[in-house]
Write a protein that binds this ligand. Structure first.
Ligand code: GCW
Length: 697
């Protein structure tokens, strides 16, 4: 079972005979409209051959169009341009954007068209067609699809020594002992990773940690980057790197790394040119400047924008490289006794004044919430404050604060809510007189033709060399869902889960129902036993793993819940008593959060400080709801153990046992969470649980 999960959702398990027989075409060939073996179109042809054979039991021969102009009985794969050049009729193909694709399984003409606007799009179409078949759908497919945004990147927090910061799935697949891994299996793993990324239409991967030092830029490691880029390029995945701001002084031996110093500028220009020799299609740089001990422009008395533009100008001559400049800048030592201090306000405080000062190839990369990947946060107000700046959202699928892959927490419902958030600032445009969209997923869409800005989607993924990639088979649903949501943020998380379940565990209706329900209830269950009502998860502040609620209010990290003997919650309203965080939103949203009546109850204690006896809409007091939620959450996981056991025999034993073991662990750990937190609050307020489960005072 050591290879459990290596294929991810790309298993292509043989389809049942009745489904195979219902397939109306008798195909014999795959026509690949491209000659280059390193083109994604070539990979698409091979993937179609491999997938079709596994699913349908028929091996189709690969052909190039020059040998045969006759498309019947074939799957034809290529760009729309190559198809037209080969004599194909493109009149029915709708408009395609970069990376978009068109699929038409035309039964009368006896062929399947899989065409992309570019080679990458053709590969995406090939996967889409195979996924449709793999889910048992052999009816006619006629569809086209375009991405919401060209920025669909994953970040790997891999250190060059091979460790992964907040990685829960083994060691780095790229690095070891300061340079590229060279053990057997490395190339295979990198290719397989790129294949998984391509299959969910991810086009970029940042291959080192935001906290990594400057050694990524040594000549040896530039050769390593070249090797990685060459392996991933055929899958349409471009690589980027994180750059350390002090590289000119630390690596280059200069006297300073001041972004306005002419020698520093020259150093960055030269090293960037050198990098492009190795990686001609570099995605660009990612930077964590002036944050958590990392050096940045402010160290030299310069603004964050001056720092970002330094990189932007070094990249600019070489093509379309971007500098992804992170907005995660805050003071890590805020004083817990200061009632006005609030880490939530940091990103807007730092970045709003810089709106309009960033070059065109700077993208400010913004964590989805104002603190740090908690189980529940309001959508970051920074998205509504930058009107003349490119923005990308940063998710985190590696579950740093959500059980670190020993707990199953499917995050698509959480991120759907974040993306659906409406800032309600209609009419407050970006200065061109036109109203701008106000719902986050519309703000982030670059597909509207008249949008001048380049927005998009990133996540901290942190796969490792564990054979399941994410450190838990079920956590692969998160990896999968990121690709789907970055392509189309309006998608229903349940449909995404169902797709993933069919591709991963097959078509049995009971498996589909049980696993989908489990995934869909998982975030809410986890929130229940770790921190409901906007408390955030009450983690140990060092490990971010086990429950340690006592630390929340004493630590300078600023995850405060302001719990005392009579009341609980952080007043972040714009009232005189509050921190003023709510005022960073447009007025209608400020108003909604400011009022206890209209503030969504799942964020009530994020925004308000209230007596434990305050009554919620369901009639319960806050403290009773808190006790009950912890019991509900833990009970949900306990039930999963039984529900999963009922799938024995419907899933192969190796994978069934793998998941069963982890669910059993989670069920136990959820009880620990429940009891630690309920006891903590009971000790604070001495209010007994109405149902007699907590406290004996
Ligand atoms: O959530 C915090 C993590 C740090 C991380 C930081 C960041 C890479 O605990 O480990 O550093 O966020 O996003 O930069």
């Amino acid at each position: 079972s050591s290879a459990i999960g290596f294929d991810g959702w790309l298993r292509y398990d043989p389809l049942p005979e009745p489904i195979r027989r219902a397939f109306p075409l008798s195909l014999s060939h795959i026509v690949v409209l491209d000659h280059s073996p390193t083109s994604p179109v070539h990979v698409a042809g091979q993937e179609l051959q491999h997938g079709f054979e596994k699913l349908m039991g028929t091996r189709l021969a690969l052909r190039s169009h020059l040998e045969n102009r006759h498309f019947a009985d074939s799957i034809v794969v290529g760009t729309t341009e190559a198809f037209a050049a080969a004599g194909g009729d493109t009149s029915r193909i709708p408009h395609l954007d970069e990376d978009g694709f068109y699929i038409d399984s035309h039964f009368k003409e006896g062929r399947v068209l899989v065409l992309g606007r570019n080679p990458r799009g053709a590969l995406y179409g090939a996967f889409e067609y195979l996924f449709t078949l793999a889910q048992g759908d052999v009816s006619r497919v006629a569809c086209s699809s375009n991405p919401c945004s060209p920025i669909r990147f994953v970040n790997e927090w891999d250190n060059l020594d091979g460790s992964i910061e907040r990685g829960y799935a083994g060691r780095s697949i790229f690095w070891k002992d300061g340079h590229l891994r060279d053990d057997e299996g490395t190339d295979e793993r990198i290719k397989q990773f790129a294949r998984l990324l391509a299959s969910i239409r991810i086009n970029g991967c940042v291959v080192n940690n935001v906290n990594a030092g400057p050694t990524i830029l040594t000549p040896e490691n530039m050769r390593g980057l070249r090797h990685i880029a060459n392996l991933m390029r055929p899958y349409g995945v471009r690589i980027g790197i994180c750059v350390n701001f002090d590289s000119p002084s630390v690596l280059g031996g200069l006297a300073t790394s001041d972004p306005c110093d002419s020698l520093v500028i020259k150093w960055w220009n030269e090293i960037t040119s050198e990098l492009y020799v190795h990686v001609p299609d570099l995605l660009g740089f990612t930077s964590k400047g002036d944050s958590e001990g990392q050096p940045g422009p402010m160290k030299y008395g310069r603004t964050l924008a001056e720092g970002a533009n330094l990189f932007a100008r070094a990249l600019q001559p070489h093509g379309d490289g971007l500098i992804m400049f992170r907005a995660f800048v805050y003071d890590p030592t805020v004083d817990p006794t200061d009632p006005k201090a609030d880490r939530c306000k940091a990103a807007v405080d730092w970045f709003k004044p810089l709106d309009g000062h960033f070059d065109d190839n700077v993208v400010v990369q913004i964590k989805w919430g104002p603190i740090d990947f908690q189980v529940r946060e309001p959508t970051s107000p920074l998205f509504a404050n930058l009107k003349n700046t490119n923005m990308a959202i940063e998710f985190q699928h590696c579950q740093e604060y959500m059980g670190q892959q020993t707990h199953t927490v499917y995050m698509a419902p959480l991120f759907k809510g974040v993306l659906d958030f409406d800032f309600r600032d209609n009419g407050n445009g970006d200065g061109d007189g036109k109203p701008t969209p106000t719902r986050l997923r519309d703000i982030l869409s670059s597909s509207t033709p008249d949008r001048r800005r380049l927005h998009g989607f990133t996540t901290v993924l942190n796969v490792g060399d564990d054979s399941t990639w994410m450190g838990h088979l079920l956590a692969m649903a998160n990896f999968y869902s990121f690709g789907r949501q970055a392509w189309d943020p309006a998608l229903d998380p349940r449909l995404i889960a169902e797709e993933w379940v069919r591709l991963t565990f097959g078509l049995h209706p009971k498996v589909l129902q049980t696993v989908t329900d489990l995934l869909m209830g998982s975030w809410s269950a986890f929130e229940g036993y770790s921190g409901p009502m906007g408390l955030q998860s009450l983690f140990d502040v060092e490990t971010h793993y086990g429950a340690n609620p006592a630390q929340a209010d004493t630590h300078g990290g600023g995850h405060w819940i302001r719990a005392d003997a009579t009341s609980i919650g952080n007043d972040r309203t714009s009232a005189i008593t509050g921190t003023g965080f709510s005022a960073q939103y447009p007025p209608l949203v400020t108003k909604m959060f400011d009022s206890v009546k209209t503030c969504p109850e799942e964020l009530l204690l994020w925004f308000h400080h209230l007596p434990y006896t305050h009554r919620l809409k369901n009639g319960k007091t806050i403290i009773q709801h808190l006790y009950d939620e912890h019991y509900r959450g833990a009970a949900v996981i306990r039930r999963w153990v039984t529900q999963w056991a009922a799938l024995k025999g419907l899933i192969d034993d190796a994978r069934h046992d793998y998941v069963a073991f982890r669910l059993e662990y989670q069920a136990g750990h959820a009880i620990v969470w429940r009891d630690v937190i309920n006891t903590f609050f009971n000790d604070k307020c001495h209010i007994e649980d109405e149902r007699g489960r907590v406290g004996n005072h």
